[in-house]
Ligand binder design. Structure first.
Ligand code: ATP
Length: 426
């Protein structure tokens, strides 16, 4: 344990890493004193203190040796000389060569497409971390790869319950993470795909369609390709959704972290596609496991961060609207057709993409709703979202709803989508 009063110095040999777990109470400051080092693919500047918020877990890795100084308490920290970083950077080198090849043939649609990498593996295998490293290394070399995050439980682009994409133009900041400027976000509304797997698939498809269109008109981002992060659910429905994502995004490289069985299953089903490489990679010993409670807490933190910023640097606004100013929809649920309209013996099936208008009442309290870009309710499923609001009060006497939004003023649309995403502000 590093104590709060005496900064601690740690010397790292080449190709070693310092793994740090910050406790839930206090932040930690860290700086690079000598040598060179990176945090998940992003080089850290010499001498400058970086301030990490509580509960963060990360590693400082050095290719050639470094001295690190830490100031503040940590839950644990230790150095490790066995890491899979060499194999990870080798993957980066192969991807880089493919990007160069794509750039060299801009006129040909097929060969001008850079690598489409999808990272798969069980929970806590380090998928988000590997995605981040591959993106930051690519950005350092001047590429602008697209990051696609399909992890609705612990995604890194926006709040939970969404599938999203954003171009990565600079190595990802070790403290701030992915910049939140204008990501392309589709709201699914639940932290697990089993709530409405068909809707999940539809939204993944919508996201891919838009990206495909963007790539068609932008040779630079086309050549840089994409890195797709996925959920840690790799059995049953989870496996089916992985195959769906591989297919939908036409992935050309599947990186499998830490599971032999998944790797051999994927190799087997994808062997008919010679242009898809399935590569097994070792999981890092530094990846920290998170139980259901910790995951739930992390989801709450992400929502809080959306409204208040990582370090309380944003000031969300509390707004009041009349019920008649807003229309709230839920996607899925209701039966597709009345029993009387079905052939004899057929059961009414729930239509996963049916829009159901929701009555505004106190059931919406503490729910996080998405603000759709749709101009018409028919466009809601296929529209991305502008942002989110959090319902703090519903007054059924006065027909007024009070909500927290990132800014004051009217919402960009009257159409809101509700799922099961709740948050208790604290
Ligand atoms: P999920 O299944 O929830 O999506 P994941 O497979 O994406 O998880 P990560 O989020 O990459 O896993 O890693 C889990 C945690 O471990 C994160 O807090 C991450 O910062 C931490 N971590 C990853 N690699 C290291 C490392 N080498 N040293 C220390 N901490 C690490």
């Amino acid at each position: 344990m590093a104590s709060a009063s005496t900064p601690e110095q740690v010397k790292l040999d080449k190709e070693c890493e310092l793994r740090v777990e910050i406790g839930p109470e206090s932040p930690l400051r860290l700086r690079l004193l000598t040598g060179t080092a990176e945090i998940f693919g992003t080089e850290i500047p010499p001498q400058i203190w970086l301030s990490f918020p509580p509960s963060v877990k990360f590693a400082v890795f050095t290719w050639y040796g470094a001295t690190i100084e830490m100031d503040g308490p940590t839950e644990t920290y230790y150095t490790a000389d066995e890491t899979p970083m060499v194999s990870y950077v080798n993957v980066h080198a192969v991807l880089d060569a493919r990007r160069n090849r794509a750039k060299a043939s801009p006129s040909d649609t097929e060969s001008s497409q850079g690598p489409r990498v999808i990272v798969v593996g069980p929970t806590d295998s380090g998928k988000s971390t590997l995605s981040r490293m591959l993106l930051s290394w690519a950005a350092k070399q001047g590429w602008k790869p697209t990051f696609v995050d399909l992890d609705i439980g612990q995604g890194s682009i926006t709040i939970p319950g969404c599938v999203a994409a954003t171009p990565i133009e600079m190595p990802i900041d070790p403290v701030e993470g992915i910049p939140l400027e204008m990501p392309l976000v589709y709201f699914y509304g639940h932290p697990t795909p089993s709530a409405n797997a068909d809707l999940y698939k539809v939204l993944v498809k919508e996201l891919s369609k838009i990206l495909e269109r963007q790539f068609a008109g932008n040779t630079e981002s086309r050549a840089a390709g994409m890195v797709i992060n996925t959920m840690g659910w790799v059995d049953g429905l989870g496996y089916e959704l992985l195959l769906h994502a591989i297919d939908t995004f036409s992935a050309t490289v599947v990186l499998v972290l830490g599971q032999e069985k998944l790797c051999s299953m994927l190799k087997d089903v994808l062997k008919s596609k010679p242009n898809v490489d399935v590569v097994k990679l070792q999981k890092s010993g530094g990846v920290v496991s998170r139980n259901a409670k910790v995951r739930q807490k992390a989801r709450g933190h992400r929502i809080r961060e959306y409204f208040y910023g990582l370090t309380n640097d944003l000031s969300p606004h509390s707004n009041v609207a009349s019920f008649s100013d807003l229309t709230v929809f839920r996607v899925g649920g209701g039966p597709q057709a009345p029993r009387s309209a079905l052939p004899i013996g057929a059961e009414p099936a729930a239509d996963p993409t049916r829009l159901v208008q929701v009555k505004i009442d106190r059931d919406l309290l503490h729910l996080v709703l998405a603000v759709s870009y749709a101009k018409d309710p028919n466009e809601i499923i296929s529209s991305n979202v502008a942002g989110f609001i959090y319902v703090t009060d519903v007054d059924t006497q006065r027909n007024k709803i009070t909500y927290l939004a990132p800014s004051a003023g009217e919402l960009p649309s009257r159409y809101l989508i509700v799922g099961s995403l709740t948050w208790i502000e604290n």
